[in-house]
Design a protein around this ligand. Sequence first.
Ligand code: ADP
Ligand code: MG
Ligand code: ZN
Length: 484
Amino acid sequence: MLEPIIGLEVHAELETQSKMFCACPVVDTTQAEPNTAVCPVCAGMPGALPVVNRRAVEYGLRVALALGCEINLASIFARKNYFYPDLPKGYQISQYEQPLARNGRLVISTSQGERVIRIRLVHLEEDTGKLTHVGQAGPAYTLVDLNRAGIPLLEIVTEPDFRTGEEVRGYAQSLRSILRYLGVNSGDLQKGVLRIEPNVSLRPAGQTALGVKVEIKNLNSFRALERGVAYEIQRQSDLLQRGERVRQETVGWDEAREVTFTQRVKEGDEDYHYFPDPDLPPLVIEAAWAEEIRAALPELPAAKSLRFREQYGLNDYDAGLLTAEREVADYFEQAVAAAPEAAPKMVANWITGELFGLLNQAGTSLRECRVPPSALASLVGLVSRGEINQNSAKSVLGEMFTTGQSAESIVASRGLRQVSDTAAIAALVQKALAENPAQVAAYFGGKEAVAQWLFGQVMRAAKGQANPQVVRAELTRQLAERKD
Ligand code: ADP
Ligand code: MG
Ligand code: ZN
């Protein structure tokens, strides 16, 4: 039996205004004109000196504290030396022996229950530039864009605590959600601002020593992440079962063919000749500042989800769905507050069912949505008071979504209001019983199914707009009265 062991390295660009060590703006590198956000510092000109971006450190601390890490009050920037055309200085400023923070944890939920993933370290570094290879049969030449060079990058490394692709995906999704809650990263995998690299190895079950690992790069979706891990587990397992060895290397993920391919045979740390960057003093963090940042952390998804379960009586699934995004959670709470008579579960269902459906169809986000929480609350109020039925409410929401009109005005203009007024319904029931004496007699003779037919008569007389519960109750009451 072979046991898969997986550890994750995540690189998250920090969405600060300016870069890690210079005043160049952090731009959307998939949109901006190449080489328009570049200065002598991030272009690696000789003699240009780096200055640490305080906001980037603050963002890094937010993440480290949210992950329960111990903060290193004096961390060291180190040079990681290697030559590559997207790295104009010939080294990347990173951290090595003294990272910003260590020893955190993230609890994730999986189909097998909760899992604790230990965070080994969180460190600050700078991103590299971007290369575009041009040419059909192999690159004829390569273009360099340094807009990305020097964008603050946070590396978050776990212990090798994962055993399945599902756990890896769960961790990546919940980390992404935390980064978004903290406002430090958009979580856009397609744009490459969040990059997830699993390290995969196998070992015979029961053995403590780890096997040889392979690192997978360029996974730009959660699906690719899960598939890539599964593929690598299978490939290594086949090799080992044939008695062959796994080679330590870095592989890429071929999205179209769904296979991994060798990129480079991995160098060891000694190849990078790490040493403390003489241009940068130790990064000293005042304990009081870290404490201030900790105190200002927002309620995070796991805590919010727990509170939603307790406060609103939601199940795990709904609470998880509503708290994955802060925006959705806020929307839900505002709608619940505006609809005090409706059950929170009912509000939750309208959001995760109908509203999400409409947003999906339209390809828009909650932020652009024309139905504010108070408007949804009014609609849910109409349903919960029995003033309109479920089907009418769905079509009303559709109209609210496209026109931005209120539920009340749509209900009024389309004449959808359901009759719940007991007096009006009592009159309709009385009329139906008076007009159908033969059926009433049959009912008392033992044909109980006739009650359903009488119910249908009343509903028809009300043009389908009577509240069915009220009609049923009134019919039962009047039949019982006649019997006495
Ligand atoms: P490297 O120096 O090659 O980057 P590290 O020791 O820094 O390797 O670990 C990088 C990531 O790989 C971490 O998340 C770690 O938990 C994980 N890892 C280390 N060794 C293994 C292994 N044998 N199998 C699976 N994951 C591993
Ligand atoms: Mg490493
Ligand atoms: Zn710059």
